[in-house]
Write a protein that binds this ligand. Structure first.
Ligand SMILES: *Cc1c(COP(=O)(O)O)cnc(C)c1O
Length: 424
C-alpha cells in the first residue's frame, strides 16, 4: 500500500542531509504546507517555527505579497543570464539596496547563497589590493566563534576550533583568527595585534556585526564593533561586515552596523534578503572599493560570476520583501519581540542548568552549562512533542522567529523552552 508520504520513504534512502550523521538521524518531518509561523505536517500535527527556517523567513511563510510578486514575475521570465542581459527585478533591487544601506555602499554584486556572497567579498578585498599593486595582501582577519558559510574560503574564516574547520584543516587556507575584544584589556591587546604589521599580508577583517550566529549566538557591543572598525581603518585594513544573519532587521535595526554608526567597505547579505522565499545573496561594496576595479583594460575587472546571478524570481521576491519592510511595521515588531523575549526569559538566568540568557532584537539564546549533543537531540524531539520547531545546537537553545510571530505564539515557544529545562 502506498502511503501519502511515499515520496519521503522512496527519496530518503537517496538523500543526504546537511550537517547530519545519517546513520543515527531521525527522519525529517514531512511538511505539507506552511503559513504565518506554522508548519503543517503530513500527519495533521502542526509546529510553531521558532527559527524561521534558518533565520530567513522574516515575514512568515506564504506572505501573500511575496507570493504574488513571485507569481507575476514567473509569468514573464524566471531566469536569464546576468552578463549582457538585464532583468528588471535585479536592477530595481540593486538601486533599492544602494539606497537602503548607509554611506557609499552603492555597488551590488548578486549571488545565490550566503557562502558565495562571503567568497565574493573575500575575493573583492584581495583583488582590490592586487589592483592597487599590493599583491601580498591575501589573508583575512576573522574572529573566534565566527561562522561565514561552508565553502572553502568561508570555512577558512570560521572558528578554528569548529567541527568543520577541524575536519578540513590542511584543505582551507590559514587565516589570522583573533578574539573579539570584550573589555579594555583585550581591546588594547587587539589594537597591538592589528598594529603589528598585519596590513602587509591582510586584505580585510571579516566579522558578523553584533551577533555571531552559527558559532554559538554570541554577542558583542556596538561600541566594541565600532572599535574593531576604527582599528581596521587606522591600520589600512578593509572591513567586511557579514550581515547575512544580522541584516534585514534581525537585530532591531535594518543592518547591525547602523547601531555602531559604521559603514563597512563591503557588506554581505543573504538569509532574509528574499524574505526567505528563494535563494539570494548580495555583496555590496563602497564606491571606493569599486573604483579600484576601473580600468580601460580587462585586467582589473572583478573575476566572479555565478550562473544564477541576479535571478529575476529571487530578486522579485526581495523587492517585495523590501516593500513589506516599508509598508508593515517590521522593526517595531522586532522591538516588541525583543521586549517579550527579555521579559519571558530573563528569569531563566537563575536556572541551575543555565549559564547565560542573551536577547537582542528577534534573537534569544539560552546557553547551558555543560550540554551534550545527545541532550540537544533529546531536546529537539521534546520540542516537536510540545508542538514547536526549535533546533538547539552545541550548548544553546535559541530562537530566531519570523518578525510577524504573534505574542501568544512566542509565549508557546518560551513555555516549551522552560518545559524542557524543567522546573528548578
Ligand atoms: C548562514 C550564514 C552564512 C552562509 O549562508 P548560506 O546561504 O548558508 O551559504 C554566512 N554568514 C553568516 C553570518 C550566516 O549566518
Amino acid at each position: 500500500m502506498t502511503t501519502v508520504t511515499d515520496w519521503l520513504e522512496q527519496g530518503y534512502p537517496h538523500s543526504w542531509l546537511p550537517y547530519t550523521q545519517m546513520q543515527i538521524a531521525d527522519m525529517p518531518l514531512p511538511v505539507t504546507h506552511a503559513e504565518g509561523v506554522t508548519l503543517h505536517l503530513e500527519d495533521g500535527r502542526s509546529l510553531i517555527d521558532g527559527i524561521s527556517s534558518w533565520w530567513s523567513v522574516c515575514h512568515g511563510y506564504q506572505h501573500p505579497h511575496l507570493i504574488e510578486a513571485i507569481q507575476k514575475q514567473a509569468e514573464k521570465v524566471t531566469h536569464i543570464m546576468f552578463a549582457g542581459l538585464a532583468n528588471e527585478p535585479a536592477y530595481r533591487l540593486a538601486k533599492r539596496l544602494a539606497d537602503l544601506t548607509s554611506g557609499e555602499l552603492n555597488r551590488v554584486f548578486f549571488s545565490d547563497s550566503g557562502s558565495v556572497a562571503v567568497e565574493v567579498a573575500m575575493k573583492m578585498a584581495v583583488q582590490y589590493w592586487k589592483n592597487k599593486g599590493q599583491t601580498r595582501r591575501t589573508k583575512l582577519i576573522s574572529f573566534r566563534n565566527g561562522y561565514h558559510g561552508d565553502t572553502m574560503g568561508a570555512m577558512s574564516v570560521g572558528d578554528p576550533d569548529g567541527w568543520t574547520q577541524q575536519t578540513f584543516s590542511g584543505f582551507c587556507p590559514r587565516q589570522y583568527v583573533l578574539d573579539i575584544p570584550q573589555d579594555e584589556y583585550s581591546l588594547a591587546e587587539f589594537h597591538d595585534i592589528m598594529a603589528s604589521g598585519l596590513h602587509e599580508t591582510a586584505a580585510a577583517v571579516i566579522i558578523e556585526p553584533l551577533v555571531q550566529g552559527a558559532g554559538g549566538i554570541k554577542f558583542h557591543s556596538a561600541d566594541m564593533l565600532a572599535e574593531i572598525y576604527r582599528t581596521a581603518k587606522e591600520n589600512d585594513i578593509l572591513f567586511i561586515a557579514d550581515e547575512i544573519a544580522t541584516g534585514m532587521g534581525r537585530t532591531g535595526s535594518m543592518f547591525a552596523c547602523e547601531e555602531a554608526g559604521i559603514v563597512p567597505d563591503i557588506m554581505c547579505l543573504g538569509k532574509g534578503l528574499s524574505g526567505g522565499m528563494l535563494p539570494l545573496a548580495a555583496t555590496i561594496a563602497t564606491e571606493a572599493i569599486y573604483a579600484e576595479f576601473q580600468d580601460d583594460t580587462l585586467g582589473k575587472a572583478f573575476l566572479h560570476g555565478p550562473t544564477y546571478m541576479g535571478n529575476p524570481l529571487a530578486c522579485a521576491a526581495a523587492n517585495a520583501s523590501l516593500d513589506l519592510f516599508e509598508n508593515e511595521p517590521r522593526l517595531e515588531q522586532v522591538e516588541a519581540i525583543e521586549q517579550q523575549l527579555y521579559d519571558g526569559l530573563s528569569g531563566l538566568a537563575h536556572h541551575p542548568r543555565v549559564k547565560q540568557v542573551r536577547v537582542k532584537g528577534a534573537i534569544a539564546a539560552v546557553q547551558l552549562h555543560d550540554a551534550s549533543w545527545d541532550e540537544m537531540f533529546a531536546f529537539r524531539r521534546q520540542f516537536i512533542e510540545l508542538g514547536v520547531w526549535l533546533r538547539p545546537f552545541s550548548d544553546v537553545i535559541y530562537m530566531m522567529p519570523s518578525f510577524t510571530i504573534q505574542p501568544d505564539e512566542l509565549q508557546q515557544l518560551m513555555a516549551a523552552v522552560k518545559k524542557v529545562l524543567g522546573e528548578a
